[in-house]
Design a protein around this ligand. Structure first.
Ligand SMILES: [Zn+2]
Length: 100
C-alpha cells in the first residue's frame, strides 16, 4: 500500500496516510491540530530525476504499446466462430438432416 504525505495547510505538520487504491478515501485529519485542510505533498522520490522506474526493476511499457491493436490477422476469432455457427444453422434449415 502506498504511503502518501500530506502537509497540513493550517499548521504545516507533515502527516502520512496509507492509501489503498479501490477503497473509499477516509477523511484525512491533521494529527497535530485536527484540521482537514491537507495538501498532498509530492514526494521527492517519485519525481527524482536520478531514479527511474527501470532502475527499480520495473519494466516500463509505453502507453501506446498497451492499446489494443484491433483484431488479430484473420479476423476476430469470436466473430468468426459466431459466423460459422450461423452459417451452420442456415445450412441445416435449408438442408435438414434426416435421421432415417
Ligand atoms: Zn495541522
Amino acid at each position: 500500500m502506498p504511503v502518501y504525505e500530506y502537509i497540513c495547510k493550517t499548521c504545516g505538520e507533515k502527516n502520512e496516510f496509507l492509501e489503498s487504491p479501490g477503497s473509499p478515501m477516509p477523511v484525512k485529519k491533521c494529527k497535530k491540530c485536527g484540521a482537514i485542510r491537507l495538501k498532498r505533498s509530492i514526494s521527492a522520490f517519485a519525481y527524482s530525476p536520478e531514479v527511474t522506474l527501470e532502475d527499480l526493476g520495473v519494466k516500463v511499457v509505453p502507453r501506446y504499446d498497451m492499446r489494443p491493436k484491433g483484431p488479430p490477422p484473420g479476423g476476430c476469432p469470436y466473430e468468426k466462430a459466431a459466423k460459422e455457427e450461423e452459417e451452420k444453422k442456415k445450412k441445416e434449415k435449408e438442408n435438414p438432416t434426416f435421421f432415417l
